[in-house]
Design a protein around this ligand. Sequence first.
Ligand SMILES: Nc1nc2c(c(=O)[nH]1)N[C@H]1C(S)=C(S)[C@@H](COP(=O)(O)O)O[C@H]1N2
Ligand SMILES: [Mo]
Length: 372
Amino acid sequence: MDATIGDISSPGRVAEPGEDIGLDELALATRNHGLPLEALRYDLTPAGLHYVLVHYDIPAAEADGWRLTVGGRVRNALTLDLAGLHSLPSVTRRVTMECAGNGRARLVPRPVSQPWLVEAVGTAEWTGVPLRVLLAEAQVTAEAVEAVFTGADHGVERGVEQDYRRSLPLPVALGDDPEVIVAYEMNGLPLPPQHGFPLRLVVPGWYGMAQVKWLRDITLTDTPFTGFQQAVAYRLRQSRDEAGEPVERIAPRALMIPPGFPDFMSRARVVRPGEIRLEGRAWSGRAPVTAVEVSTDGGDSWTRAALDPSGGHDWAWRHWQTSWTATAGSHVLSVRATDAQGHTQPLDQPWNRGGFANNLVQRVPVLCVESG
Ligand SMILES: Nc1nc2c(c(=O)[nH]1)N[C@H]1C(S)=C(S)[C@@H](COP(=O)(O)O)O[C@H]1N2
Ligand SMILES: [Mo]
């Protein structure tokens, strides 16, 4: 089957039974990268280990000459350079970001797009200007219903050339909890090119697609935005012709640092008999995580793990840990998170055509053997 650029780079195509999608997926998987799961040990992900997802190409961007424009339904249109942004009040927030396609490669049948297992996540401290400060300065008019954000990257979707563009409803854009940020620093340094240098949007609690990188324009509109990345992609659809609900906030998930060491032939982790510390991180973009449970028998029984306090970081993952006495033989370890709204992770795949928001519980096959 011939794939157009749009088919490859964006959600919407589901593989036929037996179809070879290897090269389509490789084209994406060799551009983007996930968090090595052992990096779940760091509260704050070192920038180079944070997952990366880029739909098109990383655009050329110079600090000199970069302008952010704010226009549309405003009384006072703005054109800001980086010095202008740096002179405005700033905030720093620790935020866990996750791609909406995380978990997609586990789905059957397989939506053809970036083939993440579970590693499309990372946590960084983002510094920048609260969006509501910029919008107050621009004096948004009463007709405005959405803010549309445009990145400097450009590509073709379904035969139509376009910039990467996404919108937020005005109440979200103006919100103070979570507060949307126009960020210029990641972990205390200027944004790396792949994470949006020199400016990106950060929308705490929302899946990655909302966090527009290489941000160059904000336009206030009096009608909802219907661009490709808003109305076509990032919708939860069972069938092709449904409009589908928009993908927005991050569903709860817990991940475990795979214990022991890898055996790529058997795909199992190798551990020694005895006491083993199991630990990882848990998050939800909807409400605080209230419980993390671990299963060492493939999901038949679950016990509570100890969950660290949030430390005031309401939009970041939390560390959890428990201990397990490994006995010789094969085991499947799993972990699941529940949030304060009662959302919990499913044991059966939540399937949709785009492969979004699949928070199926992680399964870690383990082989416990004496040394040698
Ligand atoms: N301009 C622009 N912004 C973008 C994207 C993009 O391709 N172009 N990808 C989005 C998606 S789908 C995700 S998951 C996040 C990834 O952010 P990261 O690479 O900094 O982890 O960026 C979002 N912002
Ligand atoms: Mo994403």
